[in-house]
Write a protein that binds this ligand. Structure first.
Ligand code: HEM
Length: 430
């Protein structure tokens, strides 16, 4: 390939593939890619960086086949073309719905006018003002979690903070009972990652059981809210008409499931990945809090660097051009956001965390019509979480005797982050 970004950040003209049949093109650009590989995040990123240099738009024949994009510009262009050549359903690289839902997940797999209708209802419910009102509640939730491990001087930060804290936040914004937090977190953990160390069969059995329990739980909640609607997000969804009809129970269930999956694993991943890094680079943990104004840009840099989600789009036009490659109708395009956010064209030394990078908006929250609904909530969670963690645990290190285990998939992250620190006092009674 010739589309190599040189040191000056300049891309030579794209290679000419004209005259090639689709099969010839796929053979020429073939480089198989495993989105569910057991590699570490760093290894996957190294492979993607090499791919960006050599075959920035590549064909992977693994599974049901998909195109893999790696450059910032290609990713941004694809994300901005919702319903203009690309649709979102199904949003997995193999084109198979993995969450067990029968229909398109609202709103993430819906496009066009219908999608706009969902966002028109949901955006105000996740507005900066509504989200900001949750700050005191989030601070209390963060400190309750920290209280549980602060006296021990050690914790698996991933399980004891990074997962339950976003769980508490989703419960708060959705108006779900706060006492159900542990139950919901345990389900999300199993659904997303199976059981660590167990066989595939055992993991699948546990997933099936968790799916059943989740279905029952949200089924009951939907019935309750139908009977006695409130001001919560689910009640708004139940009350509203979409394309002149009400949502059925399956659609409402899928919506609840998406809120859990989208809201928990992403924030968990940013906290967990960053704590692995800070555990090894305490000077950066200090730098993040040097001045009051350093925290916000630092959080954006951590989002760029961590970028957990990996969206997929499906081609609906006869042919669509992505990065100089003509992709035929029916094919899928898979885009690891982390690869785009480490494109050296915009981020020199992209693997380094630099809190004072010149502003080039990152793509961690996506772009265009499907840009993250929870963007304000996620930013608030990260700010409140980091502030309270810093106040209570100013110094910590990674326990290298229990190394972190990364996972890839549809939201990259870290399973366990064992840290040690000087013990501190509880602030609330047990
Ligand atoms: C650091 C945290 C987060 C990151 C990096 C993130 C990232 C993303 C990205 C990249 C998308 C677009 C996916 C696509 O284009 O296919 C998205 C969509 C979405 N996110 Fe987030 N997200 C985060 C937190 C949250 C939270 C806290 C919530 C809600 C509680 C949430 C709810 C959603 C929903 C509902 C969508 C679908 C929007 C649509 O399709 O219109 N996210 N998110």
């Amino acid at each position: 390939m010739t589309t190599h970004v040189n040191d000056a950040g300049v891309e030579p003209a794209a290679e000419d593939h004209s005259g090639l049949s689709v099969e010839e093109l796929k053979a020429k650009l073939r480089r198989d890619y495993d989105p569910f590989s057991t590699r570490t995040i760093a290894e996957q990123l190294a492979e993607l960086a090499e791919r960006r240099e050599q075959v920035p738009v590549s064909w992977s024949a693994r599974g049901n086949g998909c195109w893999v994009i790696t450059r910032y510009d290609d990713m941004a262009a694809m994300l901005q073309r919702s319903n203009k050549g690309f649709i979102s359903f199904p949003s997995t690289p193999d084109g198979v719905n993995t969450q067990g839902s029968q229909k398109k997940m609202i709103p993430i797999e819906v496009d066009g006018a219908e999608h706009r209708q969902y966002r028109a209802l949901l955006d105000p419910l996740f507005s900066p003002k509504r989200v900001q009102a949750l700050e005191p509640e989030l601070r209390v939730a963060a400190n309750r979690l920290i209280d549980k491990f602060i006296e021990a001087g050690e914790a698996d930060f991933a399980h004891e903070f990074a997962l339950p804290f976003p769980g508490a936040t989703v419960l708060a914004i959705m108006g779900w009972p706060a006492e159900d937090l542990e139950k919901i977190n345990a389900w999300v953990d199993v659904v997303m990652h199976g059981i660590i160390g167990a066989s595939e069969e055992e993991s699948n059995a546990a997933r099936g059981k968790a799916h059943g329990e989740i279905r029952q739980y949200f089924g009951d909640m939907i019935t309750e809210r139908r009977a006695d609607p409130g001001d919560d997000v689910l009640s708004h969804m139940i009350r509203s008409d979409f394309a002149d009809r009400k949502l059925d129970d399956d659609e409402l269930f899928d919506f609840c499931l998406l809120m859990m999956l989208a809201g928990l694993d992403t924030v968990k991943s940013v906290f967990a990945q960053s704590f692995v890094y800070f555990g090894r680079h305490p000077e950066k943990w200090d730098e993040m809090f040097e001045h009051e104004e350093t925290l916000k840009p630092a959080i954006e840099e951590l989002l760029r660097w961590a970028s957990p989600p990996v969206p997929t789009r499906n081609v609906t036009e006869d042919v669509i051009e992505v990065g100089g490659v003509s992709i035929p109708k029916g094919d899928r395009v898979h885009g690891p956001l982390a690869a785009a956010n480490r494109d050296p064209k915009y981020y020199p030394d992209p693997d380094e965390i630099q809190f004072d990078r010149p502003a080039k908006p990152h793509l961690a929250f996506g772009l265009g019509a499907h840009r993250c609904l929870g963007i304000h909530l996620a930013r608030l969670e990260l700010r409140v979480g980091y502030e309270e963690l810093r106040r209570r645990i100013p110094r910590f290190s990674l326990d290298e005797s229990k190394p972190p285990i990364d996972h890839l998939g549809l939201a990259w992250g870290v399973e366990n982050v064992h840290i040690t620190f000087p013990p501190g006092p509880r602030e609330n009674p047990a």
